[in-house]
Design a protein around this ligand. Structure first.
Ligand SMILES: CC(=O)N[C@H]1[C@@H](OP(=O)(O)OP(=O)(O)OC[C@H]2O[C@@H](n3ccc(=O)[nH]c3=O)[C@H](O)[C@@H]2O)O[C@H](CO)[C@@H](O)[C@@H]1O
Ligand SMILES: C=C(OP(=O)(O)O)C(=O)O
Length: 436
């Protein structure tokens, strides 16, 4: 397995283009199973999780053609459902979280789906009840085989129904939408997640002939259709990567231009970094993060300590809190980082503390950061990437630190960030990938 070796303390400069969004890609690529017609998808990120999902589709018999320029064509006109019972499927599908979104399309088009407990980050309990709540309310039968941790879902027919989700689950909502578009009658989904990933999925499905209203809101109305046709779709830039680059620029006191960020789809992300005192300049659809010697965290109007917390969209995505936390370590002022959704995503702060950051982990969900305001640089150290976002947060810490750090378990980072070492080298980072 490879590790990153990082010589910190260098200023970076230049421009960087964000990849297509990982979490959108996983939904959009699953949706190709809904039609026998050709679907062409552009701006596909070349990352481990997405490549694995495409591999699973190919194993099912989907014809995948690389059209160049990050664009691929998918034709799902001859699907081998026996693959669901193979050991290879169990093994591959269990290795990423996004594979669970194959269930909705399989159920809707072929009347059955199976799935091992999905993988993804180990960041606390990640229940999938919401997915099955929706399928069952539409008339599907669910079974779970505890010995093999294998879910099965079948339905002769799916019927439109009013669904009030227990929680606004991102992948759960995507799954239910993909089942409902081919169900008989009208489905409504209340408390639906509405992240840009889902907005994009709904737009794509509508261009395939689906009838979805309420896009961007948490109340979706879906009138089922008999079948869907092909379409062309282009992924949005990855908002989590954009946030990671903002953090990187601030921590390394660098000026970086982030190309084509799609400002209108970033929600509260820019404002959240601005609360930490980080300046962001809009130049057309580019974002410039100017060089800043110091950035000061705002306090609330009554003078109390700033809190930054996650929430379902249009709130702040939990996937950026690790990066926001690391950026706060060199800010002026204090902030409480409250990770409400996941209970094991903040433990990486121990590493930051080793590096000299002033952080108090109050409980598994909350950490208080007392910014160093550059009074001292972080110290280089050796660490392992516990999950995708903590991995990148530690990478940013290492790039700002004095000395040479190493990060192992970088598979975690590779599953969501395309060629991150090469792209960072291009803006001056001293980072190398070393086979262990
Ligand atoms: C492949 C993919 O797209 N993964 C994303 C997706 O995961 P995923 O779809 O698995 O996450 P969910 O939205 O289902 O839930 C995330 C966590 O938040 C909790 N929860 C969720 C909604 C809610 O209203 N209340 C609540 O407590 C859930 O119990 C769970 O612990 O969404 C997460 C939340 O944005 C992101 O971190 C993941 O990167
Ligand atoms: C938690 C994440 O991914 P996954 O759901 O694929 O584990 C993430 O992208 O931050």
């Amino acid at each position: 397995m490879a590790k990153f070796v990082i010589e910190g303390g260098h200023t970076l400069a230049g421009e960087i283009t964000p990849q297509g969004a990982k979490n959108e890609a996983l939904q959009i690529i699953s949706a190709v199973l809904l039609t026998p017609s050709e679907v062409i998808i552009g701006n596909i990120p070349n990352i481990r999780d997405v490549n694995k999902l495409i591999e699973i589709l190919e194993d099912f018999g989907v014809k995948v053609k690389d059209l160049g320029n990050k664009t691929k064509s998918f034709i799902a006109n001859d699907i081998n459902l026996d693959y669901l019972d193979s050991e290879t499927f169990k093994e591959k599908a269990a290795s990423l979280r996004g594979s669970i979104m194959l269930l909705g399309p399989l159920l809707a088009r072929f009347g059955k789906g199976k799935m091992p407990k999905p993988g993804g980050d180990k960041i606390g309990r990640r229940r999938v009840d919401t997915h099955f709540q929706g399928f069952q309310e539409m008339g599907a039968q669910f079974s779970f085989e505890p010995k093999e941790s294998f879910f099965s879902i079948t339905a002769d027919k799916l019927y439109g129904v009013d669904i009030h989700l227990e929680e606004a689950s991102v992948t759960g909502t995507a799954n239910i939408i993909m089942a409902a578009v081919l169900a008989e009658g009208r489905t409504t989904i209340y408390n639906a997640a509405c992240e840009p990933y889902l907005q994009q999925l709904c737009r794509m499905l509508n261009s395939m002939g689906a009838k979805i209203e309420g896009i961007k809101s948490n109340y979706l109305i879906i009138n089922g259709v008999k079948n869907l046709g092909g379409c062309e779709h282009r992924m949005l830039p990855d908002m989590i990567e954009i946030g990671s680059f903002i953090g990187l620029a601030a921590m390394t006191q660098s000026e970086i231009r982030i190309k084509d960020v799609s400002w209108e789809n970033l929600g509260v992300i820019p404002r959240t970094f601005q609360k930490l005192g980080i300046r962001l300049i809009k130049d057309g659809d580019d974002m410039i993060v100017p060089k800043q010697d110091s950035y000061q965290i705002e306090s609330f109007i009554d003078g109390s300590i700033m809190t930054i917390a996650d929430a379902p969209w249009p709130g702040l995505t939990p996937d950026l809190l690790s990066i926001i936390l690391v950026v706060s370590t060199q800010a002026k002022g204090s902030v409480l980082i409250h990770q409400k959704m996941f209970e094991s995503r903040l433990f990486f702060v121990d590493k930051l503390i080793d590096m000299g950051a002033q952080v108090i982990l109050c409980d598994p969900h909350r950490a208080t950061v007392i910014g160093l305001d550059r009074m001292q640089a972080l110290r280089a150290t050796n660490m392992a990437s516990p999950d995708i976002r903590a991995g990148v947060a530690l990478l940013i810490a290492a790039l700002s630190a004095n000395g040479v750090s190493s990060i192992s378990n970088i598979d975690q980072i590779d599953r969501g960030y395309e060629d991150i070492d090469k792209r960072l080298q291009a803006i001056g980072a001293k980072i190398s990938r070393v086979e262990e």
